[in-house]
Design a protein around this ligand. Structure first.
Ligand code: ZN
Length: 580
């Protein structure tokens, strides 16, 4: 059992690891296990397994493994107590009031809850403003002009912030203390210290977190007011780099289609979603931040970037590419013809044309080559600049063969001498290699089937686990084996009945992997006869080992008295081995 007390134990007993992990990974039943694409490394064929009976998971590709808490700690990047709370919440197990929380933390949690509630009320207020009032009618007409009818307005909970400057303030100030209004991000102060509405005469887009709770707003100016887009500032409940617009509604579609369409703005995301492509998210005006990429990576690692084709959009695309490639996303880039953003393009050309272009979107290197082709390449210096533009991305292609193919294409399209380009690529690759720490060699010689089977039995064979452990200890049968430390851990803890994840935690990386791999093999009920025969294999091995050592001593010309003893022992060992 875990050491941190009874609550964690209870949660672990009650939690269904398949359900918890299933919220992050699309799992399919496969034999006795569930498998899916590993959320911890990029892969195309599933090597991530969840064992519902042993309540553990293991990735045969990157070797991440453990129990339900370890999974939540790894994927949410949190500590053990938080992981326990998260699992408890997901499984509907009531959490005891956490005593370790400081009064300040408690106060912040209360503020967070109040702020979320305030945002829900603000969203309802903005929606009502759009429905009535003369000003709201103008806003409604404006939206209709952009192809957004009543149904669309309701579907995306759009609203309108009136121009008066204190409409929302009057609505909320009786319900919330000034301190809370101050930190909500919904109001500003004038030089005289008086509050006024931050959003005035703007179309309002509620921004929800991953679970669908409204935590901020984006406001779009209706006329030529500046700025064109105004967002909530960072608050206790909103951090821009942690949120992707429309993710809460896109989750299912992202998992099912296994790819994302990434656009820049709210209107783009709404337009694409309305075209029936639900797997769309918006970065909200800027290039992606690392937390956003991590968030998205939980649902899919394949995406089409479809930013505005203007200079800012190009820069955002290229900055996002760098990060996405670092995180090993499979990225394609769609540049719409005629300099249109997705919203405008969909209104003018329709969803069929858009879908077709989306399906044909070229890999990111094609996009970059097209950009480089537009650059000036008349002089050697200009050519070098074009090479340097593409090179950092080309380097990031993980597959060597593919990288080489791309280098050939790049050389021909940019009319650069191929040897020159390859030399540059080699140098860049060498620099990159020296930055990367070499992985410690974790390969090991294969272990005998008998060892694998004995490991299984020590964990699973209810009838004779303890007896088996005694036999192994008595004969020192695992000494010198590759699996020595695994056996040592198993036999010394055989009475405690630890679960697999706890055993694994006591082992070093290499042994940990081995244990997970063995335990994920299907277990067929074992008999004591079978155990005896496996023990026999280890006994023979230990005799053979002794024989080999003896042989060495004999050949090394031991003194006569010693030699007689050695020869006698050799005969004895040979007889024992012959008996089997
Ligand atoms: Zn993995």
């Amino acid at each position: 059992m875990t050491e941190t007390g009874s609550f964690a134990d209870r949660v672990k007993q009650q939690a269904d690891i398949v359900r918890v992990i299933g919220e992050y990974v699309h799992l399919k039943k496969s034999g006795q296990n569930f498998t899916g694409l590993c959320p911890f490394h990029q892969e195309k064929t599933p090597s991530f397994s969840v064992h519902p009976v042993k309540q553990m998971y293991y990735c045969f590709g990157c070797h991440e493994g453990g129990d339900v808490f370890k999974f939540v700690m790894s994927i949410e990047k949190c500590e053990f107590p938080e992981a326990v709370r998260t699992v408890a919440e997901k499984c509907g197990i009531p959490t005891p009031r956490p005593r370790e929380r400081s009064p300040q933390e408690r106060a912040e949690n209360q503020q967070r809850a109040a702020l979320v509630e305030m945002h829900v009320q603000a969203a309802a207020f903005f929606a009502r403003q759009l429905a009535d009032a003369t000003e709201g009618k103008v806003a409604g007409a404006y939206l209709e002009d952009r192809g957004l009818d009543r149904a669309a307005i309701a579907r995306f909970s759009l609203g309108f912030a009136p121009s008066s400057g204190d409409a929302l303030l009057r609505h909320l100030k009786a319900k919330y203390p000034e301190k809370l209004l101050e930190i909500s991000g919904l109001f500003s102060r004038d030089p005289g210290g008086r509050f006024y509405d931050r959003f005035r005469r703007r179309i309002m887009f509620p921004i929800a977190n991953e679970t669908g709770r409204i935590i901020a707003f984006g406001g779009r100016a209706m006329g030529d007011d500046q700025p064109k887009y105004l967002n909530s500032p960072e608050t206790l409940i909103y951090s821009k780099s942690n949120v992707l617009y429309h993710l809460d509604r896109a989750k299912e579609a992202l998992r099912q289609s296994d790819f994302a369409v990434l656009v820049e703005g709210y209107m783009d995301a709404i337009a694409v979603a309305r075209a029936g492509i639900a797997n769309v998210v918006a970065s909200c005006g800027t290039s992606l931040a690392e937390p956003q990429i991590k968030l998205l990576g939980r649902f899919t690692r394949r995406m089409v970037v479809n930013f505005d084709p203007d200079a800012a959009g190009q820069m955002a695309t290229e900055r996002s590419l760098t990060l996405l490639l670092e995180k090993e996303f499979d990225v394609r880039v769609l540049v719409l013809p005629g300099g249109a953003d997705p919203d405008k393009f969909l209104r003018e050309q329709g969803s069929e044309t858009y879908r077709k272009l989306l399906a044909e979107a070229p890999p990111y290197l094609d996009y970059l080559l097209a950009r480089a082709r537009q650059m000036d390449r008349s002089t050697a210096t200009a050519k070098l600049a074009a090479i340097n533009f593409v090179m950092p991305y080309l380097q990031r292609v993980p597959n060597r063969l593919l990288r080489s193919e791309w280098a050939t294409r790049m050389a021909s399209e940019l009319r650069i001498d191929e040897p020159v380009l390859r030399e540059a690529l080699r140098r860049a690759a060498a620099e990159r290699r020296s930055e990367v720490k070499p992985q410690p060699e974790l390969l090991r010689p294969p272990i005998r089937p008998a060892e694998r089977r004995l490991i299984q039995m020590l964990v699973e064979a209810e009838g004779f686990r303890e007896r088996l452990a005694q036999e192994m200890v008595a004969g020192a049968l695992y000494r010198g084996l590759e699996t020595e430390r695994i056996f040592e851990t198993l036999v010394t803890r055989v009475r405690e009945r630890p679960d697999a994840a706890e055993l694994a935690a006591a082992l070093e990386e290499r042994d940990r992997r081995m244990l997970f791999e063995v335990l994920f093999e299907p277990y067929a009920e074992a008999t004591w006869e079978e155990a005896e025969s496996c023990l026999g294999v280890l006994r023979s091995r230990s005799l053979e080992q002794e024989l080999a050592e003896l042989q060495k001593k004999i050949e090394a010309k031991a003194p006569p008295a010693e030699l007689t003893r050695l020869l006698a022992r050799r005969l004895e060992l040979q007889k024992m081995l012959a008996r089997g």
